[in-house]
Design a protein around this ligand. Structure first.
Ligand code: NAD
Length: 496
């Protein structure tokens, strides 16, 4: 051990001892408990440069003030570029993400240890479909009194909180949208996905800087902590927050004293009735629920199927790569996958199982599964914790419903009013309409996998990694991050 390393470790231990004083949570990282926090910090102290990112250049900083200052400077330069150049920056980001998809997909999987490599790679490749400057169409009014234009102006520098489930994809999607509309970004990534985020931020800035002279149009802090998140929330140079994450951070953002666009949690239910094509339903549930080991916020989390076709649907699930657990195996898995919390006495998701491969869950269930298994499934009651919690694991519980109204009622309850995503498989347009109206979710998919709601292969429309739910902006686009400005010319400029 060299002397610097010893000093780092001693300083870290002293700091941690300090943190354990009553009421002290100094340095606690957002979204993590103190145990995980401690070990990762020690790791960071041992390997201060283990990602090879030079702090202080190309957008990677140790504090929010520096990050905001640098992003502000670059954002001013961005405004002086033409729309063609802005478009070229956005396209450059998309092409870097695509080109680096394999390398960064692996980097993110290695760091976060959740999800699947094939889908980590795909999530970076599909970013090319995220909307850019083409969304900023001026709205014009002309008439005998002159003309008026409604145009889309940037906010400035936007504070972004990103989740561990899609660290590089979310920051990249945010960057594409926000830079297209003329903004800069400061990103407080999830601590468990912060290194890969910094690698991406640096690479984007390096290439943007070489071609367009902006050194830090998107910035991030290393290491991100609850304090840096709070500093971002409070910073006077940040007029808008965009928060993508679970319930705790959604609440924190909604309580902030500035405007926040919140892409919050979900618990998407699937309703299947007797008119559904059961092969399509099973194929779709597997495709959506198994995607990245069920890390997607829109992914199928629980199924409510009418009794008359319940067994047939389960049989179809096996044809599409599902493996059925029996009641005893589900019980063993549940004991491992949820832990009682001392604070509220309720069962909470055990993070050791979030986003893990089906084989890891199967081991906890006490069963061996074929290697090609995409997802586990099995019958539970509606009040089961796997139904009620947003579990983000490749096990989908199936609940038997007396009829479709019963299925819809249970599905609405399980969605918990998040208004995030709901899915139905039915050929009855009245049933589809009824569930769609009652669910009132931001994304509603009929007769396809949840991912159809994000466009691409399975569905129409564009995609986004920040689906603003409680604040109502929906799938975010460049327009979401703009201020509408009216320019009126009275009595002139109408040429016809
Ligand atoms: P998380 O809530 O643990 O963390 C999300 C981010 O918030 C992280 O950067 C974390 O560090 C930060 N954070 C957590 N608590 C905070 C606090 N009190 N103050 C400030 N920052 C805080 O979520 P996760 O595990 O990273 O991601 C999964 C969750 O995100 C799921 O609930 C999922 O549904 C949701 N999600 C939603 C969308 C969407 O578009 N609506 C997209 C992806 C993920």
């Amino acid at each position: 051990m060299n002397q610097t390393l010893v000093q780092d470790v001693v300083a870290e231990v002293m700091r941690r001892l300090g943190d354990r004083q009553p009421g002290g949570n100094g340095g606690l990282r957002a979204g993590e408990d103190s145990a995980a926090n401690d070990s990762k910090r020690i790791e960071a102290a041992k390997h201060p440069h283990h990602i090879g990112v030079s702090i202080g250049e190309f957008g990677v900083f140790t504090n929010i003030d520096q990050a905001v200052t640098a992003a502000t400077e670059s954002q001013k330069k961005l405004l002086r570029l033409s729309m063609t150049e802005r478009d070229a920056i956005v396209k450059l980001i998309k092409s870097i993400a695509k080109q680096k998809a394999h390398e960064w997909g692996k980097l993110e999987l290695d760091e976060t240890e959740i999800g699947r490599l094939d889908h980590k790679i795909e999530k970076l490749q599909i970013l090319e479909g995220v909307p850019g400057v083409e969304f900023l169409r001026t709205h014009a009014f002309t008439g005998s009194k002159g003309i008026a234009l409604d145009e889309y102006a940037p906010f400035g520098v936007i504070g972004c909180i990103t989740p561990v489930t899609h660290s590089i994809p979310t920051l990249t999607c945010n960057a594409i949208n926000m830079i297209a509309s003329g903004n800069g970004l400061v990103i407080n990534a999830h601590p468990s996905g912060a290194n890969c985020a910094a690698v991406a931020v640096r690479e984007y800035n390096k290439q943007i800087s070489a071609k367009f002279g902006l050194e830090a149009i998107l910035t991030c802090v290393l290491p991100p902590t609850l304090e840096t998140a709070e500093a971002l929330f409070q910073h006077r140079g940040v007029p808008l927050l965009v928060v993508t994450g679970g319930a705790a951070v959604a609440r924190a953002a909604l309580a902030a004293r500035k405007r926040a666009i919140v892409a919050g949690p979900g618990n998407p239910p699937v309703v299947v009735d007797e008119t559904a094509c059961l092969a399509t339903a099973a194929d779709s549930i597997v495709k959506g629920g198994a995607y990245d080991n069920n890390l997607l916020c829109i992914g199928e989390k629980e199924v409510f199927c009418v009794e008359s076709v319940f067994e047939k649907l389960l049989a179809q699930m096996e044809k599409y790569g599902g493996f059925q657990l029996n009641a005893q195996q589900i019980e063993s898995l549940t004991k491992a996958a949820f832990k009682p919390d001392a604070k509220d006495g309720k069962l909470h998701v055990n993070k050791d199982f979030v986003g893990k491969d089906p084989s890891v869950l199967a081991q906890a269930a006490g069963v061996r599964i074929p290697p090609q298994t995409q997802i586990l499934f099995g019958e539970t009651t509606a009040d089961h914790v796997f139904v009620q919690e947003e579990q983000m694991m490749p096990f989908v519980p199936f609940v038997r419903a007396k009829n479709v109204d019963d299925a819809i009622e249970m599905a609405l309850q399980a969605e918990h009013g998040y208004r995030h995503t709901a899915i139905i498989h039915s050929r009855n347009i009245d049933t589809i309409t009824k569930f769609g109206r009652l669910a009132a979710t931001t994304i509603f998919v009929a007769n396809g996998p949840s991912v159809a709601g994000l466009g691409g292969g399975a569905g129409e429309g564009y995609g986004s990694f920040s689906i603003a739910t409680p604040t109502g902006e929906g799938l975010t686009t460049p327009l979401t991050f703009t201020r509408s400005r009216r320019v009126a010319i009275a009595g002139a400029m109408r040429m016809i």
